[in-house]
Structures are given as C-alpha cells and as structure tokens.
Design a binder for this molecule. Structure first.
Ligand SMILES: Nc1nc2c(c(=O)[nH]1)N[C@H]1C(S)=C(S)[C@@H](COP(=O)(O)O)O[C@H]1N2
Ligand SMILES: [Mo]
Length: 162
C-alpha cells in the first residue's frame, strides 16, 4: 500500500483528515464492507461506510450538508447529510490497490439504491466518482450536477455513454 493521500475530509469536523489507502483500511472493521458486490451486484471493491468516516473525523452536530468533490473532472454534489447517513459508502480499494478509475476510483461515493438522476436530491448522479475531497458544512455547498436531461445526456456521452 502506498502513503498517497486519497481523500481529504474537512469542514464541520473536530479532526480534519488527509487519508491514505492505509488510513481508510484502518477504520474499524465494523464499518468496512469487504465486497461492494454485496451492496449492489454490479460493483466491486472494498468499501467503508459514511458513518465510519464521520466517526473518524468527529463530525460536528452543525454539519448539515455533505459535499462530494471530484477535482479530476470538476464534478461536485452537495446533499443533506441526514439523507445519506446510514446508506452512503466510500468504495476505495480493490485488492491492495486503490479502486481503479474504471470503477470511479481511487475513491467513489456510493449509495446502493439512489433515485434516478434528477429525480431526487440523493440521486445516481450523487454517486461521485474520482472523489478527492469531502466537505461537511452548515449550508449547501458547490453542486454542479446536471439539472436537465439534455445536460445529463451530454455528461453520459462525454463518459462513453450509458
Ligand atoms: N466525478 C464524477 N462522478 C460522477 C459523474 C461524473 O460525470 N463525474 N456522473 C454521475 C452520474 S450522472 C452517474 S449516472 C453515475 C454513473 O456511475 P457508474 O458509471 O459507476 O454507474 O456517476 C455519477 N458520478
Ligand atoms: Mo447519470
């Protein structure tokens, strides 16, 4: 395992953190999911729950929104924390390596059963790939998810279509 920083977590937390693959792997086993395929059949890799991460950084009661930043392709989603607590995961590892980019790695946020894109706040678009920064805030943060079907179709086209 390398010591490269995969994920920065900051904002309304007691202990802002810069987490490597080893750091994420060291989160208590109670919060780890050894095979993301058990969350959703088409997924693979090791995941850690949002709860596990929030505990690690000491999330403050003032944190009302979670903003998921992917600087790699400038994609950002901000959702009410309550809406994803208990159902969000970070898939971060495949074997001893970070999750491959083909799976949305090195880290991807994953809600196993989201609404379809644009239908709800916690939609498939919020399953942010190439995640490198998680921010907990009092107010909604940066969110540039597509807001209409045309933008959404373009986004999917730019990623090889789906
Ligand atoms: N960084 C990043 N994450 C992203 C997107 C994106 O364009 N960039 N697209 C979103 C959309 S619209 C969808 S439907 C899902 C698709 O993820 P999948 O290909 O793993 O199913 O990723 C979401 N996460
Ligand atoms: Mo999508």
């Amino acid at each position: 395992m390398t010591d490269d920083i995969l994920l920065r977590v900051d904002g309304e937390v007691d202990q802002p953190a810069e987490l490597s693959l080893a750091d994420l792997s060291a989160i208590d086993a109670a919060y780890q999911v050894a095979d993301a395929g058990t969350l959703s059949p088409s997924r693979r890799g090791v995941a850690v729950s949002l709860e596990g991460l929030l505990l690690l950084v000491g999330v403050r009661p003032s944190a009302k929104f979670i903003t998921l930043h992917a600087s790699a392709d400038d994609f950002h989603a901000s959702v009410p924390l309550e809406a994803v607590r208990g159902q969000g995961y970070f898939v971060y590892r495949l074997g001893e390596q970070p999750l491959p980019a083909s799976d949305g790695g090195p880290v991807r946020f994953f809600i196993p059963d989201p609404d379809a894109c644009q239908v709800g706040e916690v939609d498939e678009c919020a399953n942010v790939k190439f995640l490198d920064h998680v921010e907990l805030t009092e107010q909604r943060g940066h969110d540039n998810r597509p807001t209409d079907e045309e933008q959404h179709a373009k986004l999917h086209e730019s990623q090889g279509g789906e």
